[in-house]
Design a protein around this ligand. Structure first.
Ligand SMILES: Cc1cc2nc3c(=O)[nH]c(=O)nc-3n(C[C@H](O)[C@H](O)[C@H](O)COP(=O)(O)OP(=O)(O)OC[C@H]3O[C@@H](n4cnc5c(N)ncnc54)[C@H](O)[C@@H]3O)c2cc1C
Length: 410
């Protein structure tokens, strides 16, 4: 049977980052991907914060990956069409081609010495004394591999977590998404991502127009109710503001996917095992973004796995430092974001509009622009809570939210 120090399952961004991080520390790393190629299936809008990319040492992406480097802010529309624009002076995010972004991470992982096996689905995982054995499907080049540590990065519907008694992201918290790349749009500002917060068009989430330039964009939404493509078609045809921009637009490409919004799983490590990315629920519950947070956790997983191999310590007690470290980086924001998502979803159309009117007051809007950050949302929440003008609506809607939550729990 083949042997390696570390085996990573899944060739998405988090698996590739974890594998590369461990390999550059001199470890023998093998990555298995079930699909026949890495970086061909695009199921993501590819909106990534520049600060987050810097944290992942990915701030100098080749120009052919970057589709728009001008995004400075977000324009959010309420159900009745109130709009709230928040922006910075400099660009804050890149829109990337996610297939090419994955190919780039793949090449980086290869350059760092990761050995990659495609068309290889791992279907079974079990522990032997001090090591772990992974078994592959029929089409795989060999039958199995033995290693000291495995990093599970299977994405939103993980199958292996349960085989090592680890939880999976709650199915109830998964939203389904449909997205088109569209050309020939009107009235699009390449500096602003547009967000349409309206339960009628996107139950449980929102619709978005992410500009590629002033004529083309990624237009999508996610919803708890399926099929999401029906909601997207209705949004494009009927939304009073969006339809004017989209009425002559043509669809260039269609994609779909699912996003876990329920936040992180309770335990992300076991003897010989670490879990990262969507498989660990390290996705932002407010925006559905999972590349930066998952990537940060993946870097930590790669380092901890590598240290474990050096120290020859593979038990869960040693590996628990992975969870401590990624929680130190991400927990507070993930918790706040989960609360914001549940709170927004609990608001009636009328309350959402009232809130928009207040947030649009120049002093509050400027504060949001100053402290708003797509990855660090706890700071903005703290600043808003400090604003006395918002207290009446926050108290009344907050009370309704608490009562609804209590009813749900019964
Ligand atoms: C429509 C949509 C838009 C999005 N937009 C954004 C955005 O703008 N910004 C952002 O940051 N995030 C966005 N996301 C979320 C982002 O795509 C995910 O968070 C991210 O891809 C998670 O990376 P991952 O490596 O954890 O999982 P994945 O990217 O899902 O990769 C998992 C990989 O593992 C492979 N695999 C699974 N099981 C096995 C197995 N048993 N054996 C071998 N291989 C296996 C799969 O084939 C897959 O390639 C979006 C998601 C969707 C659906």
């Amino acid at each position: 049977m083949r042997e390696a120090d570390i085996v990573v399952i899944g060739g998405g961004p988090t698996g590739l980052i974890a594998a590369g991080t461990a390999a550059e520390r001199g470890k023998d790393v093998v990555l298995y991907e079930s699909k026949d190629q890495i970086g061909v299936h695009e199921h993501c809008a590819g909106l990534l914060s520049i600060d987050g990319l810097e944290q992942l040492q990915l701030s100098h992406l080749p120009s052919e990956i970057v589709q728009n480097a001008q995004v400075k802010g977000t324009k959010i529309f309420s159900p009745s069409g109130q709009s709230l624009s928040v922006s910075k002076k400099k660009p804050t995010a890149l829109v990337v081609n996610r297939a090419k972004f994955n190919q780039f991470l793949y090449q980086e992982a290869l350059d760092k010495g990761v050995s990659v096996e495609t068309s290889s689905r791992i279907i079974g995982i079990h522990r032997e004394t001090n090591s772990i054995v992974l078994n592959m499907g029929k089409k795989a080049p060999s039958q199995g591999i033995k290693c000291n540590i495995t990093i599970l990065a299977e994405g939103r519907f993980p199958r292996l977590n349960k085989q090592v008694n680890l939880p999976v992201p709650s199915r109830k918290s998964i939203v389904f998404s449909s997205m088109y790349i569209m050309k020939n749009l009107r009235d699009i500002d390449p500096e602003f991502v547009e967000v349409y917060q309206d339960q009628k068009y996107a139950p449980g989430f929102f619709a978005w127009i992410i500009p590629l330039n002033d004529r083309s964009a990624k237009v999508g939404l996610a919803s708890y109710t399926v099929p999401a493509s029906d909601f997207l078609n209705s949004f494009i045809k009927n939304h009073p503001i969006a339809k004017k921009k989209l009425e002559n637009a043509v669809i260039d490409k269609r994609m779909s996917g699912a996003i876990p919004l329920g936040s992180y799983i309770r335990k992300t490590y076991a003897d010989n095992v670490l879990v990262v990315g969507d498989a660990a629920g390290q996705t932002k519950p407010t925006t559905g973004g999972g590349v930066i947070f998952g990537g940060i956790a993946a870097q930590i997983a790669g380092k901890v796995a590598s240290d474990a191999v050096t120290a020859e310590k593979y038990n869960s007690q040693y590996l628990s430092q992975y969870q401590k470290l990624w929680k130190k980086e991400l927990k507070q924001n993930l918790k706040v974001m989960k609360l914001i998502r549940s709170y927004i979803n609990s608001l009636s159309t009328r309350d959402l509009d009232r809130l928009f009117i207040l947030l649009n007051k120049p002093r509050i809007r400027n504060k949001i622009s100053e402290s708003g950050d797509i990855d660090n949302q706890k700071t903005i929440v703290f600043n808003l809570l400090m604003n006395l003008n918002l207290w009446p609506i926050l108290l009344s809607t907050g009370l309704k939210f608490l009562l609804k939550n209590k009813e749900k729990k019964k």
